[in-house]
Design a protein around this ligand. Structure first.
Ligand code: C5P
Length: 303
């Protein structure tokens, strides 16, 4: 008679056979998968980053696609080049710092605070309306990874909560999901920077605390205690991220079950030190993968 966990070796074979998938410690991955399969959908929660994790990093020609903040860079440049240039200058200055291998996280944090703070001030000072921002999203270069829509819908179908933990802009993710899926699935919960609107639906502030790449940890989830309490029975976590800042996104979960960490590596293959670092902190590293296939297969075996 077939046991529930018989599917695990098949999934392990798939992970080990694929050159674009690195699983540095297969024994640990297999043990985590067994626990998760035994727990089933009812004990699972997915915690995912958005930019370049659920969304694609580059198009077919290798050009980098947009982040949620990047929606402003592109659209504002079209309408008001002077202001647009300010957004672009900020990205050109701070993006290399975010990924600079020579700086420690502590050294990067003040720069990230400055980057996020300045770009949020530009958005608020310009008093963009909700409608305008929804239009920006419609015309943006944010693209779902292949299979992302199905992945999100399948989580909803299996009643598995999806926590989107993003240092991007939560409203932009909401508008994007509404536009692509017709509505935001019931199972989705956001932990992100939210644009607050005044009574005329003009941007007037951002939610606190500010979430940047390197503070996706206990410092920003105080407001989330009741949410994590509600899902306290969900002891098994599938974590999806693309940066070093994503690996503690499960900090709010009340439990001691396994977290299976799946990391998208979008960097250069020549940067062996960076790649090795990913292999140390993520259970499964996906190299230049524009799909949600691995996450989907994991969810499929858990059900
Ligand atoms: O956590 P998440 O991956 O969603 O992070 C948001 C990303 O948005 C950061 O990695 C950063 O590169 C990018 N960003 C941006 N423009 C800003 C602030 C952040 O493109 N003004």
């Amino acid at each position: 008679q077939l046991k529930k966990t018989d599917v695990v070796p098949l999934l392990m074979n798939y992970l080990m056979e694929n050159e674009q998938i690195i699983c540095a410690d297969p024994t640990t991955v297999e043990a985590k998968l067994r626990k998760m399969v035994l727990g089933g959908a009812g004990k699972t929660v997915v915690i995912s980053d958005f930019d370049y994790t659920l969304s694609r990093f580059a198009n077919e020609s290798g050009e980098r696609l947009s982040t949620t903040h990047g929606v402003f860079d592109d659209n504002v440049m079209r309408l008001n080049p002077e202001l647009g240039q300010k957004f672009v200058d900020l990205k050109n200055k701070y993006y290399p710092i975010e990924f600079c291998p020579k700086l420690s996280m502590e050294e990067k944090i003040p720069h990230m605070e400055k980057w996020w703070g300045t770009s949020h001030s530009l958005i608020v000072n310009e008093k963009f309306s909700k409608n305008t921002i929804q239009d920006f999203v419609r015309q943006s270069r944010i693209v779902f990874k292949d299979g992302a829509e199905d992945f999100i819908q399948s989580l909803d179908g299996h009643n598995i909560p999806l926590v989107i933990f993003s240092a991007g802009i939560g409203n932009i993710i909401e508008y994007f999901l509404e536009q692509k899926l017709g509505a935001i699935p019931r199972n989705t919960h956001f932990i992100s920077n939210m644009i607050l609107f005044d009574e005329d639906e003009k941007a007037c502030a951002f939610s606190e605390p500010l979430i940047h790449t390197f503070c996706k940890n206990s410092s920003v989830i105080q407001k989330e205690t009741s949410f994590f309490h509600e899902i306290a029975g969900r002891v098994n976590v599938i974590l999806l991220g693309d940066s070093m800042g994503d690996i503690h996104m499960d900090v709010g979960v009340e439990r001691d079950g396994p977290t299976l960490k799946v990391g998208y590596y979008n960097g250069s293959l020549d940067d062996t030190a960076a790649l090795q670092h990913y292999e140390e902190v993520y259970d499964i590293v996906l190299i230049h993968d524009p799909t949600l296939n691995v996450a989907q297969k994991i969810v499929d075996v858990i059900n």
